[in-house]
Write a protein that binds this ligand. Structure first.
Ligand code: AMP
Length: 371
């Protein structure tokens, strides 16, 4: 085990988005500097970081300079090329490591891993070509969801196949290949849980939340989830963190079936949008927990001191909600400093704080008042 990084050390973050920004803010509170590496100048993360490198992820010279300037490397989104982390690994400690990244950026590896870790998943098949798709459809049945195995997010890179004659068009449209076919899950709710694991193997897991989406983008998280399956979801997230040997935080997204059973969907090996409620509902947020893990510090408790409804502020509607949210004393607002309010872009979020234990007594309309 390596000793904890002393205050004043520098955490390198690959990726310039809001997750890196909020990690950098949490790191600053613990006395660390952050150095953000991303291809785009002026990104949300860079605005609050002590140092920045603007370079492509494939720029080996820039990566070597970055590694020399930081004490540890982490990433804030899992579409950073695995080759980038592999190039950095001999030069600086990388947490989480490249194997975790490889598993989580490939849906086929991820599904196989979830099964090995004991998390049930919907039936799935790898699909290399159209003939393989026909076989997979015969085995799994319809409806089914065809997805790219890489680089998909917020519902991009997938198609629901309802009739056999829809298969060819879906196969042609989706790229890059190979693809994965999953049985369509008739879920009644989507839940997720954030788990952290430290260098010392200690773990912490936040309460599971219920997530609602709009246009395939997360809209609301209800913390805690008002579902009997919530405890099992936490257990699964913890098991995944332990099985991965993770150092950092992860989110495990799961479907809840009508009979209450859970099926794992995705692992995000980083702070996650569905964990933003922890910023105001817990003493230590998912971002602080991530920084603690990456810096080799002890983890903090993941206990909840408030119930929270998290509302994502997505462009351009999010911009119009902002002034009202600032006037609402029950709401803690967060804004990411993005340069444009393009449709579908996450601009910020708002956490509505509710007394501990009160969310389960509220109808949705009351829980969402003012959001
Ligand atoms: P993903 O990119 O895998 O997180 O999927 C985005 C969204 O598509 C999920 O949040 C679900 O609402 C829906 N979805 C994904 N996979 C399935 C599935 N196998 N069955 C039904 N809905 C799905």
């Amino acid at each position: 085990m390596t000793p904890p990084l002393p205050p004043g050390s520098t955490i390198g973050i690959l990726g310039g988005g809001q997750l890196g920004r909020m990690s950098a803010l949490a790191a600053a509170r613990l006395g660390y500097r952050c150095h953000v590496y991303a291809p785009e100048a002026g990104s949300p993360g860079m605005q609050v970081a002590a140092a920045a490198t603007v370079a492509p992820y494939e720029d080996e010279a820039a990566l070597a300079r970055f590694a020399a300037a930081v004490d540890v490397v982490t990433f804030e989104f899992e579409n950073v090329p695995a080759a980038t982390l592999a190039a950095l690994a001999p030069l600086a400690p990388c947490r989480p490591g490249v194997e975790v990244l490889r598993i989580c950026q490939d849906r086929l590896a991820e599904k196989a891993f979830l099964e090995r870790a004991g998390v049930p998943v919907a039936p799935w098949r790898a699909v290399e070509d159209e003939a393989g798709l026909a076989v997979a459809i015969a085995e799994i049945g319809l409806p089914a969801v065809l997805k790219t195995t890489r680089l998909g997010y917020d519902g991009r890179g997938q198609a629901v196949i309802r009739r056999p004659e829809d298969a060819a068009a879906a196969f042609t449209r989706l790229a890059p290949k190979p693809l994965i076919l999953e049985a369509f899950v008739p879920f009644v709710a989507e839940v997720s849980a954030i788990a952290a694991r430290g260098e010392d193997g200690a773990t912490a897991v936040y309460d599971a939340v219920e997530n609602r989406h709009r246009d395939h983008i997360l809209d609301l998280s209800f913390a805690p989830a008002r579902l009997p399956a919530a405890e099992a979801a936490r257990g699964h997230a913890l098991r995944v963190a332990e099985s991965l040997g993770l150092v950092g935080v992860l989110a495990l997204e799961l479907f809840v079936l009508p009979d209450g059973r859970l099926l794992g969907n995705e692992i995000a090996p980083r702070p996650h949008n569905s964990g933003h409620w922890t910023m105001d509902g817990c003493a230590a947020s998912q971002f602080e927990q991530h920084v603690r893990a990456v810096a080799g510090l002890p983890l903090a408790p993941a206990a909840r001191h408030h119930d929270v409804v998290m509302k994502n502020l997505v462009g351009p509607e999010g911009l119009s909600l902002w002034p009202g949210l600032l006037r609402n004393p029950e709401v803690v607002p967060h804004w990411y400093g993005k340069s444009e309010a393009r449709p579908g872009r996450k601009l910020g979020h708002a956490n509505r704080l509710l007394a501990l234990g009160s969310l389960s007594t509220l109808e949705d309309a009351a829980a969402l008042k003012g959001l």
